[in-house]
Ligand binder design. Structure first.
Ligand SMILES: Nc1ncnc2c1ncn2[C@@H]1O[C@H](COP(=O)(O)OP(=O)(O)OP(=O)(O)O)[C@@H](O)[C@H]1O
Ligand SMILES: Nc1ccn([C@@H]2O[C@H](COP(=O)(O)O)[C@@H](O)[C@H]2O)c(=O)n1
Length: 655
């Protein structure tokens, strides 16, 4: 079945939870099987690869219990079993090594045809050296095969893991079961080192002893005891590359929920590469990562993806969208993964790039000029996926860019179900994010003077293409007009009421900001931010006649934003969440201590009666300054502007 990707006609504004890590889930399942006691694994990835692993463990005689967001493993292995590993590299390598630790066993292995071609030789040679006897049914050192096993007694191994780091990971974990210490020396290094580091760290988390005394040397102790009874799997950092890239492809903001911290998964480094490439800005917001659009330079870029090679496909697939040459190196080993990824990506990307070149270890993408992309490609571009989940998902993200305008679909993914290897509902989530981003949201931002309302509102509006309305400027404009007419607040409400009758207001749009004009003319900032206005504005703003005069106008701004095709509305003031839009999708109340606010104003060289204005605003009878019901309070006293903006954008993305 082919799947048409619906482009985002508005900047992405969504929160996405990527699934648990495949690599961590399958390591945790194996380590749990080695633990000798029941281990409960929380937040596992439920996908074809992890189900293959779990099924193999069941076939081996382990008890596997699957519940809401957990899998538990208990029991011990039988001496014979038939195991089918599909095209799951981790199951293939880890289980082949694991069964060899069982004394006097006999096991039969088969796999998908794709696995027949994937590298196993280095692993099998090492296992033969340790006493296992393999019989190959087709090609030597390849699936399918049977193996007679004798257990491990430790000693020295010289290991060739040059073609896959999983070979080293498999040996490391399995040697925990040897009757004495095993010393492993690598012949010629390995690829994707962060995955080996992940294995070592996870073995230690389980309480198994492993040492790395020097480069290319490992010592695994015979660890009899496992220290834990439960384990929580982190969000998959490789899968998180897709939502990060989505922010770049759609020029929007995507909140990646529970983004892992640096530690187990090397692929968290993708976020930094995307930042260096100028494609996104990334901000930590608590446990989450906010990826924001950025302006990439037009200069060609080159990045070495050796350490984060699973994410090179994400980077490559979106490269044609940015009009500059992109070279990716360090990816030779990915030619023997789920597909020949270098060649496959070159073939597919060339369908929407001017030219794509590749060699053994690299791919270079020469895009069309941004302005000519839509005319140059013949739509729809049909993407073959070679049963490779990452080819499907990376092109899915590229297809979210609205290159034709008006949401015309231009990428069709063949066999999208292959994404189930690591993210079963990926395309459903992508479509849900598009729908979420289409939702018109009204954001109410309230707070006292100089808490940062304008700085935050303007930046959020710019990032999301929302319309920004500063209602403080409305009150200032009215104050200026009245003062200009010689009406001081002391003249009383009737005089003000009378004077307002002749005031005609309308709206002018400048970029993302809607400005209130009087008699069709803009009243400049320099006129409404004077000392005189500062001293009088809150006195006028306390009058019910003035508030009533502006209420209907301010409420009409939602309609204006929709009519002008903005993706949403950010309105700032003192009563937006409490009076103007009490049902706003997002209500935020900004606060900061008085000293901080006074300093901020002083830095601007402005003298402002902050505390006097705040007191008048809080104590007036009509629409006083209050924290609106249901609003999120952000105390900005010790936060940078960027942090407050990121927190606010995260709240909008999640609403
Ligand atoms: N988190 C922050 N950290 C440091 N400075 C900030 C922060 N937020 C805003 N500022 C600075 O404080 C000053 C006041 O901010 P801003 O004008 O956004 O406040 P405001 O709430 O809109 O004020 P007012 O209601 O009086 O118009 C500006 O100079 C701004 O750059
Ligand atoms: N919704 C609002 C917005 C503003 N005011 C009054 O206007 C004054 C100036 O606002 P700034 O945001 O430019 O500082 C403010 O002190 C309030 O008196 C209001 O009442 N309601």
């Amino acid at each position: 079945m082919d799947y048409k990707i619906e482009p985002f006609t508005k900047p992405a504004c969504a929160a996405i939870q990527a699934p648990g890590s495949k690599s961590i889930t399958n390591r945790a399942l194996l380590l749990a099987a080695m633990a000798g006691q029941k281990i409960k694994i929380f937040n596992p990835l439920v996908s074809r690869d992890s189900q293959i692993m779990a099924q193999c463990l069941k076939n081996l005689g382990f008890e596997i219990e699957e519940g809401e967001n957990f899998i538990s493993v208990s029991g011990s292995p039988k001496k014979s079993a038939k195991l089918f590993v599909g095209n799951a590299g981790t199951a293939a390598r880890f289980l082949t090594a694991f069964v060899c630790a069982i004394k006097d066993g006999e096991f039969e292995f088969d796999s998908d045809e794709e696995m027949y071609k994937r590298p196993m030789r280095g692993l099998i040679e090492a296992l033969e050296h340790l006493g296992a006897e393999f019989t190959f049914k087709k090609e030597s050192f390849s699936f399918p095969f049977s193996v007679k096993t004798k257990g491990f007694s430790g000693g020295e191994i010289s290991l060739d893991a040059t073609q896959s780091s999983q070979i080293l990971s498999a040996i490391l974990m399995s040697q925990t079961l040897a009757s004495s210490e095993t010393s492993i020396t690598l012949k010629g290094g390995t690829v994707s080192k962060p995955f080996v580091e992940m294995t070592v760290k996870m073995m230690r988390q389980f309480g198994f002893e492993v040492e790395c005394p020097s480069n290319g040397k490992y010592i695994v102790k015979n660890s009899k005891t496992c220290k834990i009874s439960s384990y929580t799997v982190e969000t998959d950092a490789t899968a998180a590359s897709y939502p990060i890239a989505l922010a770049a492809a759609t020029s929007g903001a995507v909140l990646v929920k529970n983004f892992p911290r640096e530690g187990l998964q090397g692929d968290v480094g993708f976020a930094q590469v995307m930042q260096k490439a100028g494609l996104v800005k990334c901000r930590r917001v608590g446990n989450d990562l906010l990826a924001l659009k950025s302006e990439p330079s037009a200069e060609a870029c080159e990045f070495d993806f050796n350490d984060i090679s699973d994410t090179f496909l994400t980077f490559a697939a979106i490269a044609p969208l940015f009009g500059r040459t992109t070279k990716i190196t360090g990816i030779a080993h990915t030619r023997k993964q789920e597909s020949d990824r270098v060649e496959a990506m070159a073939r597919e990307i060339s369908k929407f790039a001017k030219k794509v070149e590749f060699d053994e270890d690299s791919i270079t993408i020469f895009p069309y000029e941004k302005s000519e992309l839509a005319q140059k490609i013949s739509s729809p571009v049909k993407i073959e996926t070679y049963k490779d989940h990452r080819i499907a998902m990376s092109h899915g993200v590229a297809g979210c860019a609205d290159i034709f305008g008006g949401g015309k679909a231009w990428i069709e993914i063949r066999d999208p179900q292959c994404s189930s290897k690591t993210w079963p509902d990926f395309f459903k989530i992508l479509e849900q994010s598009r729908k979420d981003s289409m939702k018109f949201k009204t954001v109410a931002i309230d707070g006292g003077a100089a808490v940062g309302k304008s700085s935050v509102s303007k930046e959020c509006a710019k990032t999301l293409n929302y319309m920004h309305v500063d209602t403080g400027s409305h009150y200032r404009t009215i104050a200026y007009i009245l003062l200009d007419k010689g009406i001081a607040p002391s003249l009383g409400e009737d005089a003000v009421s009378q004077a307002l009758k002749g005031v005609e207001i309308s709206t002018l749009i400048f970029g993302n900001s809607a400005r209130m004009s009087v008699g069709g003319k803009e009243i400049e900032d320099s006129l409404i931010r004077t000392d005189k206005v500062n001293q009088n504005v809150s006195l006028f703003a306390a009058m019910p006649q003035v508030r009533e005069f502006l209420k209907g106008y301010q409420r009409s701004m939602e309609g204006v934003a929709k009519e002008k095709n903005f993706a949403g509305l950010v309105m700032e003031g003192r009563d937006i969440g409490s009076v103007i839009f009490p049902n706003a999708e997002i209500k935020i109340f900004l606060d900061a201590d008085e000293e901080t606010r006074r300093k901020r104003r002083a830095n601007e060289g402005i003298s402002d009666s902050i505390s006097k204005r705040d007191a008048l605003d809080k104590n007036r009878k009509t629409a006083p300054l209050v924290r609106p019901e249901g609003s999120v309070l952000i105390d900005t006293s010790n936060m940078s502007k960027e942090e407050v903006i990121a927190k606010t954008l995260a709240l909008i993305a999640e609403a």
